[in-house]
Design a protein around this ligand. Structure first.
Ligand code: 4AD
Ligand code: MG
Length: 453
């Protein structure tokens, strides 16, 4: 049976007849011996293999070069070399797959930009292997967080006919050829359909039956913003809670972000130290800060006043009734408050139709959570549960109530106050690793002009 290198390295005593497999990172030849560094992706560290000239299978050492795959049997012994506890003395070695001389990954560090052009091979690099192992652990932590609190995981559809956010940033899904707008009723689904921008509306139907739910799945936006924080395909986590108001929503968002930071700190210690060393030296401090300190909460109106009074020249204007831009969000969290910030109660005109109108009739019960280095990681709201008000919101957003009859039914049949939010999984990972480009925390990035691999 093959043993993963992670488990081999965690051994507490020498072991005989171990079988391992992996890819050669380096080979160093000395008199009568060769040293191979083998990595199988189960952890950051390599296992040093000592092979001597007489080891069966080692007749052609030149084939066992960087990138080649190999199977080794041998005995685990304490390593005399410094910096490693164990090494494997090979009793048998076999080349599994040879590598040709064009293999682009070398021992020297490559830039993330270069590695993006070989996204099929970059998980073999130290940095990206670590990022994607952490991504997997965090996905598990997301489920654990909600399952521990009795939230039900709901799979919402990827193909949908409704534009939840009303921003028109949707990818069309069609089986028609030629002019796809001529007769949408003859299309596969009998209407215009799109890739979902959010599972929220469908999530609400389940919350209004099962109380607390969450979704966690791929989300698509055709916004043409070629920034380091936007992807056309990303993963979103969307909890929705029945009998919950904006306060409870903000509490859950804060608890969730803190829990994810704590999980990374406790369970991904080795990974975080790699990020702190090579990516962002302030990372440990930032995580500690987020875990220990309460988030600042500030109404949108006050946030605008702070920005206007800051004396700072921004590229985009700041004025009541305008959206906060990333530069404004980052000023609030990184410079003014020096803390994660939750901005709430936004003007109704700049937010989607489903948000609950506040008693001032000017603002809605919306909230965005901003963190240093990224800006917005969470967008959420208390939902409009009053049928008449929701109908009015739809009219003012120029939506046809007939298209949302099922959504309106929730307000007809036992309506309840409810609230939820969406958190971009990649933005969370950027925050937890210090990696500054969203393309580097998703296995195969989909961005304007790029759908390779
Ligand atoms: O603020 P957004 O647009 O909110 C919604 O979609 C709501 N329906 C969520 C809800 O209440 N259930 O998006 C939520 C989060 C953002 O805060 C951001 O973290 C992430 O999704 N996000 C993106 N991440 C990567 N690339 C993009 N293009 C993103 N757009 C939004
Ligand atoms: Mg938002």
């Amino acid at each position: 049976m093959r043993t993963l290198i992670k488990h081999v390295l965690a051994s507490t005593e020498p072991k005989e007849a171990l079988a391992i497999k992996g890819w050669v990172r380096t080979r160093r030849d000395s008199k009568g011996f060769s040293f191979l560094e083998l990595n199988d992706g189960s952890c950051l560290a390599n296992l040093q293999i000592v092979v001597d000239a007489t080891t069966p299978g080692f007749e052609n050492p030149a084939t066992l070069t960087t990138g080649a795959s190999a199977a080794v049997e041998g005995n685990l012994v304490a390593s005399p070399a410094s910096g490693q506890k164990w090494e494997l003395r090979a009793t048998h070695i076999e080349l599994v797959g040879a590598v040709d001389p064009t293999y682009p990954l070398q021992k020297k560090g490559h830039t993330p930009e270069f590695l993006r052009t070989i996204a099929h091979l970059r998980p073999r690099s130290n940095l990206f292997g670590t990022i994607f192992r952490l991504r997997s652990r965090l996905a598990y932590a997301v489920h654990q967080f909600f399952q521990d609190r009795d939230f039900v995981y709901v799979h919402t559809p990827i193909i949908t006919a409704s534009d939840c956010e009303g921003a028109g940033e949707m990818f069309r899904v069609t089986a028609l050829k030629g002019n796809i707008d001529e007769k949408p009723q003859t299309d596969f689904f009998g209407k215009r359909t799109y890739l979902t921008v959010s599972g929220q509306l469908e999530g609400e139907t389940f919350a209004c039956a099962l109380s607390n739910i969450y979704t966690f799945g791929p989300t698509f936006r055709a916004e043409n913003s070629n920034t380091t924080r936007h992807a056309a395909e990303f993963w979103m986590i969307e909890p929705e809670m029945a009998f919950c108001d904006l306060q409870g929503d903000m509490d859950l968002g804060e608890e969730f972000i803190k829990a994810m930071a704590r999980y990374a700190q406790e369970h991904c210690t080795e990974d975080l130290s790699l990020f702190a060393k090579f990516v962002d030296k302030d990372l440990p401090e930032r995580l500690k800060f987020v875990i220990e300190r309460p988030f600042v909460r500030v109404p949108y109106t006050d946030a605008v006043k702070i920005l206007c009074g800051s004396g700072r020249k921004f590229e985009f204007p700041v004025k009541y009734g305008l959206n906060l831009q990333s530069e404004h969000e980052r000023f609030l969290t990184e410079e003014h408050f020096k803390s994660p910030v939750t901005v709430f109660n936004y003007p109704r005109e700049i937010k989607p139709f489903y948000m609950r109108l506040n008693d001032d009739h000017k603002t809605v019960a919306a909230m965005d959570m901003l963190v240093p280095g990224i800006g917005e990681v969470v967008g959420g709201a208390q939902r409009e549960e009053r049928l008449d008000q929701l109908l009015e919101n739809m009219r003012s957003h120029k939506l046809n109530p007939e298209d949302y009859s099922w959504y309106l039914d929730l307000r007809r049949f036992g309506t309840v106050p409810h609230a939820g939010f969406g958190l971009g999984f990649e933005r969370l990972l950027m925050f937890l690793t210090g990696v500054s480009n969203i393309r580097d925390v998703i296995p195969f990035a989909r961005t304007p002009g790029n759908a390779d691999f």
